[in-house]
Design a binder for this molecule. Structure first.
Ligand code: FAD
Length: 468
């Protein structure tokens, strides 16, 4: 419930969180990074084929050198650890749904889209709307990576809170990102009745964050953006059971929520119905502006959009220094009525986040800072420190005792500035990605802008968003 009280002093909450995290809070927004080493810069690039994974699962990267992580083994009762599968798979069995086939042989299209997560599918849909013929290929299943394995939050703005974005990118640019993403959310909601425009809540966990919530409120109000002070201690606040008496927050009404895997599958089905040729289990092995190869096929085209976010550097090594792969993790519970969480919630500077699906399941993610360097370029599998953090948060902070049915991870791309990229990296090859952990909306928006650029050669929106 939205309140209008001034932020208070969330000491209790902070103490609980400090106990959960083992230390005080700290801002962990995208910042200067250690660039990933480029693995080559020739064009076209020869790629290593990723083994296909079962439907909805992320293929393990066997070649990843950073695989010395702790894989969960002990916490699970008899019956074994849940498979590395998102809770969303339980609600994504659409009538008549089947994965598109593997690409075999030669196909022709105006545009080839590489990567069929939310961003690539938005590009496919946009190209169809523009009258283009489209081929889309994915190394695994539709939305088998981060797009089908994330929190499902559809958030306006960049990876930075709006007031931080204003400070970092300037007011005009920050507003262009904010307004563009609000439009994108509205577009998503209009296209898909399962997208619930319920808003989102930011919770502050200590005095420092409470002051930051106040700053965010003030800047967003100054900029005419929809935002409300929010009282998380109200009886029907819907943020969990164990909120401290002096907690504070804000509510962003424009934000939305959806089962991300089901949403992508519905979008893919619509694209196929509209004439797109989609292929799964078909990794791009070489990429140039008029020819993309897979192990058993070739796509001849006039332009290419590469929409692979966290693995951009593997397909286009020239981007490896600019987009670093980071692992993010979540867990999900059996359906429960112990709490009612009607809208997505994020806390601790956005490092922890949770929501409740219509069937009552809690999906809880975050704790990236609890895994340390382990979460950088790591295999996309749940690890013990992060899952322990999430489990403690679930039990002690959100107040849910329901059994944990799912634990999962996926890789996303982070950039030093927090802004994603959208640019022509080779003649006729447009790359998008580097959403710094919040790509559901931005990725779709950039997927559509990349198509506009590839088809027409220019985009007014791109000029507003980027230094061009
Ligand atoms: C645990 C977690 C929680 C998150 N929560 C949120 C959230 O609540 N809200 C939000 O906005 N964002 C969230 N994110 C980030 C969000 O998931 C990503 O930013 C977004 O999914 C990026 O979508 P994408 O389509 O660009 O990339 P991806 O989803 O990574 O899809 C890329 C696709 O490219 C394919 N591919 C890779 N290599 C090749 C190849 N060689 N050839 C062909 N295809 C290839 C992959 O198989 C994959 O299907 C979260 C991420 C994670 C992991």
């Amino acid at each position: 419930m939205a309140g209008d009280g001034a932020p208070g002093r969330p000491g209790l909450l902070a103490r609980l969180w400090a106990r959960l995290t083992g230390h005080g809070s700290g801002v962990d927004t995208p910042g200067p990074t250690s660039p990933t080493e480029p693995v080559g810069a020739s064009s076209p690039t020869q790629l290593v084929e990723t083994p296909a994974a079962p439907d909805g699962q992320e293929p393990a990267d066997q070649s990843d050198p950073a695989s010395h992580h702790v894989v969960l083994t002990e916490r699970t009762p008899a019956g074994g650890e849940p498979p590395n599968e998102p809770v969303w798979a339980t609600g994504a069995d659409l009538p008549g749904w089947h994965q598109p086939p593997r690409l075999e042989g030669e196909v022709h299209a105006d545009l080839c889209v590489i990567g069929l997560g939310g961003s690539g599918l938005a590009a496919v849909a946009e190209a169809l709307d523009a009258g283009q013929t489209v081929v889309g290929i994915d190394a695994g299943p539709i939305a088998g990576r981060a797009a089908g394995r994330n929190g499902g939050f559809l958030l306006a703005g960049t990876a930075l809170f709006h007031h931080d974005a204003v400070r970092r990118y300037g007011r005009e640019r920050a507003l262009a990102w904010y307004r563009g993403t609000v439009e994108e959310i509205e577009r998503m909601a209009a296209a898909d009745p399962e997208v619930r425009q319920v808003g989102s809540v930011r919770l502050a966990i200590d005095d420092q964050e409470a002051a930051d919530v106040e700053r965010q409120l003030a800047v967003m109000r100054d900029d005419g953006l929809a935002v409300e002070a929010f009282d998380p201690t109200a009886p029907d606040a819907g943020v969990g059971a164990a909120v401290a008496e002096d907690a504070v927050g804000l509510l962003v009404p424009d934000d939305a929520m959806a089962n991300p895997l089901a949403r992508c599958r519905r979008l893919a089905a619509r694209c196929v119905d509209a004439g797109a040729q989609l292929f799964t289990d078909s990794p791009a092995t070489t990429v140039s502006g008029n020819r993309v190869t897979t192990p058993d096929g070739v796509v001849h085209c006039d332009a290419v959009v590469v929409a692979v976010d966290g693995v951009l550097g593997a397909i286009l090594p020239e981007l490896a220094p600019r987009v670093r792969p980071v692992r993010l993790q979540m867990l999900g519970t059996e359906p429960t009525d112990e709490v009612t969480v009607p809208r997505p919630v994020y806390a601790r500077w956005g490092l922890d986040y949770w929501s409740q699906a219509p069937d009552g399941r809690i999906a809880l993610g975050g704790g990236r800072d609890q895994g340390g360097d382990e979460e950088e370029a790591a295999r996309p599998e749940p690890s013990e420190p992060v899952q322990d953090h999430l489990e403690t948060l679930l039990r002690e902070r959100i107040g849910v005792t329901a059994p944990i049915s799912h634990r999962w991870a996926a890789t996303v791309g982070f950039t030093p500035s927090g802004l994603p990229l959208c640019e022509q990296v080779r003649p006729g090859v447009w790359a998008i990605g580097g959403y710094s952990g919040t790509g559901n909306v931005i990725g779709a928006m950039l997927g559509r802008i990349a198509v506009e650029l590839a088809v027409t050669g220019s985009s007014d929106r791109a000029d507003l968003l980027f230094d061009t």
